[in-house]
Ligand binder design. Structure first.
Ligand code: BES
Ligand code: ZN
Ligand code: ZN
Length: 494
């Protein structure tokens, strides 16, 4: 979608829809008042005639009368006027886009007059996030089902300033789309080597990307990660992405680690058929880390960041690992694999250890679609946050609130660690049903070597089934990119 910021008198025509803001208190934004005057009060009349309350997400659509150039007018609720912040304006932009997406309108004008440049930019950001679509495999879709809107014009008082405010948001949206594209891909297309190839493209943004294959990982002693991939004909990979944007390129980095199980059949502990197709997005953690690196490099963030992806496919073939097998991790700890479907933690065990061993980062945050139990605990509006560091946990939760990618902190009680005791090895890979997400996190903690660390269990939030959030259409959400970009921006840049 083409996005421009222009002064208010931009040309409109019959294929233009114009969106204006209305508040819960009943007032209209400056742009809305001006337009209503030209509509001879039609917008206000429509508001008065219906149940429209100006709540975020409320919309009235009017066919514009003769005398107004635009074909249609959208009055979009933005909530209370004194609470109009970036996230309310994002939702406004997203709602406007969704309403006219397939209406036949080709250009969407967003009336952002009277709003600060940062808010005008936020409207464009919201619309852009809502415009995501993964349609590369649709070959027979009738044209009337395809989006008609191809251009967005934000009408504002200071287009130059709004455009400057939008530049970093555009990079973040690119990152979110990078993640969504990876998560949406089916597993016959996106297997570890292909994932690594796509991540290599981040080099054109200035990242360095190294790919380790099975030989290199064997030499490093990554028996835990390799055991998961050994039942697949697809070669396992470890991707190491670096963005060195700080003034001192050698300054201690921060690090993000992603679970990249390109498909999780469960292995020999095979999953039931119903819903197994969802396990193509079991690489959502690695997808989020990739999109984050894309966003940070795209907006030239002044920070040194390492992104590590453990990329495997969990399949049940003649060479697959068996329940009861014992593997040796890079850390030296041995693991009894009781259930081959608890594979994400086995992948992360070696990825986390490698990360802290090689980079000695300030902290590590891992993202993983790790447990079904976190869906039971928190539902679909929160990711689980586990951390050994109160300060890091607090910063993450704050960034979550600011971006709407919300986190809820869960405990890491040492008293549950005995659930991971094995009869023959240092650890076993499952802790039973009680506190399933917690024992998974406690398992990971054994591989962080005392560093400040947080684990985000994103199993409930990486994919949205018929959803409600305007900025994230159904399908891959890109959860984590905005959250972690915000964490970096607010606390670690400069
Ligand atoms: N990838 C799954 C977790 C998952 C479930 C993600 C549903 C998204 C939606 C993970 O590898 C898994 O299978 N976990 C098991 C762990 C169990 C065997 C201890 C689970 O949650 O059932
Ligand atoms: Zn699994
Ligand atoms: Zn999994």
């Amino acid at each position: 979608m083409k996005i421009e910021f222009v002064a208010k008198d931009a040309a409109a025509s019959a294929d233009t829809a114009i969106a204006v803001l209305a508040f819960e208190s009943g007032g209209l934004s400056a742009g809305a008042e001006a337009l209503d005057a030209r509509l001879s009060g039609a917008a206000k009349k429509a508001i008065g005639a219906g149940r429209f309350k100006g709540k975020s997400g409320d919309v009235i659509e009017l066919v514009a009368p003769a005398g107004v150039e635009a074909g249609r007018v959208l009055v979009v609720g933005a909530g209370e006027k004194d609470k109009l912040d970036a996230s309310a304006v994002e939702t406004f932009g997203a709602t406007a886009f969704k309403t006219v997406k397939t209406s036949g309108a080709e250009t969407l004008h967003i009336a952002a007059e009277g709003l600060e440049p940062a808010l005008a930019a936020a409207a464009a950001f919201g619309a852009r996030l809502a415009s995501y679509r993964f349609d590369k495999y649709r070959t027979t879709e009738p044209v009337e089902k395809k989006p008609s809107v191809t251009a967005l014009r934000v009408l504002c008082d200071d287009p130059k300033a709004a455009e400057a405010a939008y530049a970093p948001l555009s990079a973040i949206a690119d990152g979110v789309f990078f993640t969504r594209d990876l998560v949406a891909e089916p597993a016959n297309i996106l297997y570890p080597v292909e994932f690594a190839t796509r991540v290599k493209t981040l080099e054109k943004l200035g990242c360095t990307v190294e790919i380790l294959g099975e030989k290199e990982m064997e030499a490093l002693g990554m028996g835990s990660l390799l055991g998961v991939g050994q039942g697949s004909i697809r070669e396992s990979q470890l991707a190491v992405i670096q963005w060195r944007g700080a003034e001192d390129k050698d300054a201690q980095p921060i690090a993000f680690v992603g679970k990249g199980v390109c498909f999780d059949t469960g292995g020999i502990s095979i999953k039931p058929a119903d819903g197994m197709e969802d396990m193509k997005w079991d690489m959502g953690g690695a997808g989020a880390v990739s999109g984050l690196m894309c966003a940070l490099a795209g907006r030239k963030a002044k920070v040194n960041v390492v992104g590590i992806l453990g990329l495997v496919e969990n399949m049940p073939d003649g060479n697959a690992q068996r329940p009861g097998d014992v593997v040796k991790s890079m850390s030296g700890q041995t693991i009894e694999v009781i259930n081959t479907d608890a594979e994400g933690r086995l992948v992360l065990a070696d990825a986390l250890w490698y990360c802290q061993d090689r980079f000695k980062p300030k902290f590590m945050v891992d993202l993983a679609t790790l447990t079904g139990a976190i869906i039971v605990s928190l539902g679909h509006d929160y990711a689980g946050l586990f951390s050994n560091d109160d300060d890091l946990a607090e910063k993450l939760a704050t960034a979550g609130k600011a971006t709407g990618e919300q986190l809820w902190r869960m405990p890491l009680p040492a008293s549950y660690e005995k659930q991971l005791d094995s009869h023959i090895a240092d650890l076993k890979n499952i802790g039973g049903r009680p506190g399933g997400s917690i024992t998974a996190a406690l398992f990971l903690q054994k591989f962080v070597n005392g560093l400040p660390w947080a684990h985000l269990d994103i199993a409930a939030v990486a994919w949205r089934t018929p959803g409600v959030k305007a900025t994230a259409p159904d399908g891959p959400t890109g959860f984590g990119v905005r959250l972690l970009d915000r964490l970096v921006r607010d606390y670690y840049e400069g």
